[in-house]
Design a protein around this ligand. Structure first.
Ligand SMILES: Nc1ncnc2c1ncn2[C@@H]1O[C@H](COP(=O)(O)OP(=O)(O)OP(=O)(O)O)[C@@H](O)[C@H]1O
Ligand SMILES: [Mg+2]
Length: 351
């Protein structure tokens, strides 16, 4: 290192280097007192280096995180690791001089020096990133809402317009059958085929409309709609469904549709894959949360195994839960049956 001529010079260069960094850099000794604090940190926190020199690091941490943070640093000190990203699963927050909090990204490193251990935290303000993520989430929720509305409109139109017209057509066809000469066998045969075709068409239109949107949800409300899916499931598959739903439950949109779809998809999976002899569906409120459980006693599967890319059901389940700011857990293993459990915070507004 030819340019480090003497200690004073080296130290000056080091300070210059730290001060030119874009990220805030804060070092503390093993009693968590601030021993180094660069210019970016001054800008970020609002304290000058002179003000924080020798002060506890707590000064820069919101009160409710202080204990947790101190423990974390101590635990980090006990590991031999030299550096690590902080708060891998959560957003960390820091505290400004003016009392405001802001989200940060931080990493910590440790160094043994003759004066004891030195911990250095490098951090940056990620307010923008957090805001962008929230905007994206609320955009996703909004577009999901628009999609549901559009589906609902198409379902309504199919049901009210197309199905009604087909039904009217069927009436006319019956009238025709009764008015053509009975001995004209060819015409009679044709009309019988037309009637059968019309029945199939009405049934398909109703099925497509119901898949697009369960009109019962609009017409009768959430609980009867869930009862309808459960009955419908048993009718189609022959698998008995034990439904436990809190009768007094009322859900607003987007929760009613979201939870309804989750039940629908979970039951569809039981019907398609589980070979179950029974299934239990439970929907109940707990505080601000809605809890959903769909449990079958079928063949089970490995939830973490790679799936066919065209399998959208479980992915959709996760996506729906996320849009409503909730979470979903799928517990299963070959031979043990499958449980889908979700917690949706319906008491709070979504994204
Ligand atoms: N209740 C269940 N019992 C047994 N296996 C299940 C169950 N639910 C899901 N699976 C397994 O998980 C896989 C993925 O399910 P997913 O709902 O994502 O896709 P899919 O049902 O195959 O297709 P899609 O839902 O897109 O029509 C299924 O193919 C099946 O192997
Ligand atoms: Mg599926």
């Amino acid at each position: 290192m030819p340019f480090l001529l003497d200690d004073a010079n080296a130290s000056a260069r080091l300070v210059g280097l730290l001060d030119s960094a874009m990220d805030a850099i804060v070092s503390v000794d093993d009693t968590q007192r601030i021993v180094m604090y660069n210019r970016a940190a001054e800008r970020l926190f609002g304290w000058s280096a002179r003000e924080v020199q020798g002060k506890p690091l707590d000064l820069l941490i919101p009160e409710r995180y202080r204990d947790g943070h101190n423990q974390q640093v101590r635990r980090f000190g006990a590991t031999g690791t030299t550096s690590r990203r902080m708060g891998d699963n959560t957003v960390l927050y820091a505290l400004r001089k003016d009392g405001t909090e802001f989200p940060i990204d931080a990493s910590i490193s440790q160094l043994q020096t003759p004066e004891g251990k030195l911990y250095t935290v490098i951090l940056r303000d990620v307010t923008e990133r957090v805001r962008a993520r929230e905007e994206l989430a609320s955009f996703a929720a909004e577009s999901a809402g628009v999609r549901e509305q559009e589906k609902s409109r198409i379902a309504r139109e199919l049901h009210d317009e197309l199905a009604q017209s087909l039904t009217a057509l069927k009436m006319d066809t019956i009238w025709m059958r009764d008015h053509v000469a009975a001995e004209d066998a060819a015409v009679q045969e044709k009309i019988t085929a037309m009637l059968a075709m019309l029945d199939t068409a009405v049934a398909s239109v109703r099925r497509i409309a119901a898949d697009l949107r369960p009109l019962v949800l609009d017409d009768l409300g959430f609980v009867p709609a869930i009862e309808w899916v459960a009955q419908n499931f048993t009718q189609r598959t022959g698998i008995p469904c034990d439904l436990r739903v809190d009768e007094t439950l009322e859900l607003e949109e987007p929760f009613a549709t979201g939870v309804f779809r989750m039940v629908q998809e979970s039951l569809a999976n039981v019907g398609k894959h589980a070979r179950a002899s029974k299934v239990e569906v439970e929907v109940r409120a707990r505080g601000d949360d809605l809890l959903l459980r769909v449990q079958d006693d079928g063949i089970g599967f490995r939830p973490n195994a790679p799936r066919k890319p065209q399998s959208l059901g479980l992915v959709g389940l996760r996506e729906r839960a996320m849009l409503m700011r909730g979470e979903v857990r799928v517990e299963s293993a070959p031979g043990t049956g499958t449980t889908v459990e979700a917690r949706i915070p319906v008491g709070k507004r979504p994204a």
